[in-house]
Design a protein around this ligand. Structure first.
Ligand code: ADP
Ligand code: ADP
Length: 225
């Protein structure tokens, strides 16, 4: 069964009198353990697509299914609950909380989701060790390098054990070598955990390392080699 299925998704915005049809008829399924690169020019609708897939934004038409469950008839609370249990997000900028340590940044979302502090911190420490960031556990984001910050953000995104990982230019802010390292971390974690991952990137070398590549053309998904 697909972790994510986008079925005939449509989304438009209005700009004054003009109507911008950003997503016209999006069909895409991603299965457990599959990594998919979303490569398209700026303005093509990648962020919109990721927000719809992650239940942060509603489509105007079509259906978003998570683990086979249709979500369009759910209310906002139901969608938020489903998102917290199944979806992890990674952005171009890490959005780590500046006043908290790396460990706390990873543990906090789990505590918000109801896990007790000890369990959340144990899980966070395991993730940091796995990513060889153990010695950085007590550091605040400002004390970490750009690549370390982004790897902590990746750990945070997977700490809740999501089924679906959505990333919007996760290496867009990093130099090429650091990008390669951060990306390797992302692939290792995704494959190790059997996640379905949809990763928007402009980096064709990184896209080539994923299982599938898709692009957006005139509001539709096209599979590319
Ligand atoms: P990408 O991530 O591929 O750069 P986006 O999904 O951010 O593309 O945006 C696609 C298009 O939709 C852009 O032209 C953008 O200006 C427009 N857009 C995005 N969000 C809104 C919004 N809330 N209101 C109006 N236009 C929007
Ligand atoms: P962008 O990636 O387009 O620069 P942001 O990363 O700031 O945008 O987030 C886009 C939108 O998604 C914002 O409205 C933000 O509040 C919301 N958002 C980001 N992460 C989460 C999350 N984990 N849960 C709920 N809403 C989120």
């Amino acid at each position: 069964e697909a972790v994510l299925e986008l079925r005939n998704i449509a989304r438009h915005y209005r700009e004054g009198d003009a109507r911008l049809d950003i997503l016209v008829d999006i069909n895409l399924s991603i299965y457990p353990g599959e990594t998919v690169a979303l490569v398209a020019p700026s303005g093509a609708g990648k962020s919109t697509l990721l927000h719809i897939a992650g239940l942060l934004e509603r489509q105007d038409g079509g259906e978003t299914l998570i683990n086979g469950a249709p979500t369009s008839q759910m209310n906002d609370n139901e969608r938020t609950k489903l998102r917290r249990g199944t979806v992890g997000f990674i952005y171009q900028f890490h959005h780590l909380l500046p006043e908290f340590s790396a460990l706390e940044n990873i543990a906090l979302p789990q505590m918000i989701a109801g896990m007790d502090r000890r369990e959340a911190e144990t899980r966070a420490r395991q993730l940091l060790d796995y990513l060889r960031l153990g010695p950085r556990a007590a550091h605040r984001p400002s004390e970490l390098s750009g690549g370390e910050q982004q790897r902590v953000a990746i750990a945070r995104a997977v700490a809740n054990g999501p089924h679906l990982l959505l990333a919007d230019e996760p290496t867009g802010n990093l130099d090429p070598r650091t990008a390669e390292h951060v990306f390797a971390t992302l692939m290792t974690l995704a494959r190790h955990s059997g996640l379905a991952a949809l990763i928007a990137t402009h980096n064709l070398e990184l896209a080539a390392q994923m299982d599938r590549r898709v692009t957006l053309r005139d509001g539709r998904i096209e599979e590319t080699p």
